[in-house]
Design a protein around this ligand. Structure first.
Ligand SMILES: NC(=O)c1ccc[n+]([C@@H]2O[C@H](COP(=O)([O-])OP(=O)(O)OC[C@H]3O[C@@H](n4cnc5c(N)ncnc54)[C@H](O)[C@@H]3O)[C@@H](O)[C@H]2O)c1
Length: 333
């Protein structure tokens, strides 16, 4: 997974480090570069919810049990909280904190959280001369047909728009500061350990896995064998974050496998791995304008980041099964 960077003795900030991708990154550094100095900055969850009933933030201490770096509980929307970072100087910033829920439609809070804070984080990167790797999203493409290609975006929700604007800001910032490394990663559908505390916004892999472990047929929309996504396993996403630290060129990059698979296949692979044969419980898709196919063009990611996805859907689910089993029946709160 390594590129040539030795992260030992480097100072690393991970915003959103109590969330799914950020906490996996924190453990990656701890395990592979034990002398790296990692600071996690995350607001952690409280009991507040959005109008859709989901929590306002998904960070959970259980994602960080065993992590030995520094932890700062702070809100990226709060300048006083961000000032807590002033006493540090970071070599690398991985900016993952965000409203990650694509179905939050309060435009003001999504734009403030995802966009305004990015200016502040970029200012820290400029001050410290840090490498900045940040999370963008496949949602920047909206319902555009596959292959989703950098340079052709059409966001369809506030979340996708906020990430698109982050990408635009990053491009301008790169032009104005050509000596800075700034890379945006457009993650497609990520699945794997430490996503469980995202509740109903976690991947269908764990949700269907737990339905099967409950003894039920997995529930899928009608015609799920025709609903395709580019699913990517967390280990490949971590590899992308690492490769992004030494890009051939700043820019936005699709982080995906370049291969689309359907939801029925997820259910079938899970049933094979869990040795069940419950069939499938189909129900009508309640959403209008539902994206039917994502499949990323990853040619620029391969060329400029040296990224090569290693996990097929089969291999990723197999690697994930022990964690799906361990978490079954446990509380997400
Ligand atoms: N998981 C995916 O499939 C996927 C796909 C595309 C993009 N992304 C992006 O990748 C990043 C990480 O995603 P994730 O799946 O780990 O999501 P996540 O929700 O698990 O992690 C985000 C973290 O940010 C924290 N956070 C939210 N608002 C905050 C605030 N105001 N101040 C401080 N911390 C705050 C949350 O507590 C949480 O720990 C996000 O930016 C997300 O938009 C994820």
């Amino acid at each position: 997974m390594n590129n040539k960077i030795n992260f030992n003795n480097k100072t690393i900030l991970i915003t959103g480090g109590a969330g799914f991708i950020g906490s996996n990154l924190a453990f990656y550094f701890q395990e592979n570069f034990p002398k790296s100095k990692v600071t996690v900055f995350d607001c952690f969850r409280n009991e507040e919810t959005f109008h859709n009933g989901n929590l306002k933030s998904f960070g959970h201490y259980k994602n960080l049990i065993g992590f030995r770096g520094d932890i700062i509980c702070g809100n990226i929307n709060n300048k006083d909280d961000l000032a807590l970072l002033d006493e540090h100087k970071f070599d690398f910033i991985f900016h993952h904190a965000a409203i990650s829920d694509t179905r939050v439609y309060d435009q003001e809070i999504v734009m403030k959280t995802n966009v305004n804070s990015f200016y502040d984080l970029l200012a820290i990167a400029k001050r410290d001369r840090s490498v900045m790797v940040y999370a963008s999203s496949a949602a920047t493409y909206g319902n555009l047909p596959s292959p989703q290609t950098v340079g052709k975006e059409s966001p369809e929700n506030p979340y996708g728009y906020s990430k698109y604007i982050m990408d635009e800001i990053a491009i301008k910032y790169s032009l104005e500061n050509p000596d800075l490394t700034i890379v945006g990663l457009r993650f497609f559908n990520v699945y794997g350990p430490r996503e469980y505390y995202k509740g109903n916004t976690s991947s269908m892999v764990i949700q269907l896995g737990h339905q099967i472990l409950d003894g039920n047929a997995p529930r899928l929309f009608n015609n799920s064998n025709q609903i395709l996504r580019d699913f990517i396993y967390i280990d490949d996403v971590i590899q992308a974050n690492i490769k992004a630290c030494a890009p051939k060129q700043n820019g936005n990059y699709n982080i995906a496998t370049g291969i689309s698979r359907n939801f029925q296949e997820i259910a079938d692979i899970l049933q094979k791995e869990l040795d069940t044969d419950f069939g499938t419980d189909y129900f009508p898709n309640p959403y209008n304008g539902y994206q039917m196919n994502t499949q990323a063009d990853i040619s620029s990611t391969k060329k400029n980041l040296g990224f090569e996805p290693k996990f097929s859907l089969e291999r990723g689910i197999k690697a994930y099964i022990p964690e799906i089993l361990r978490l079954h029946g446990t509380d997400t709160s």
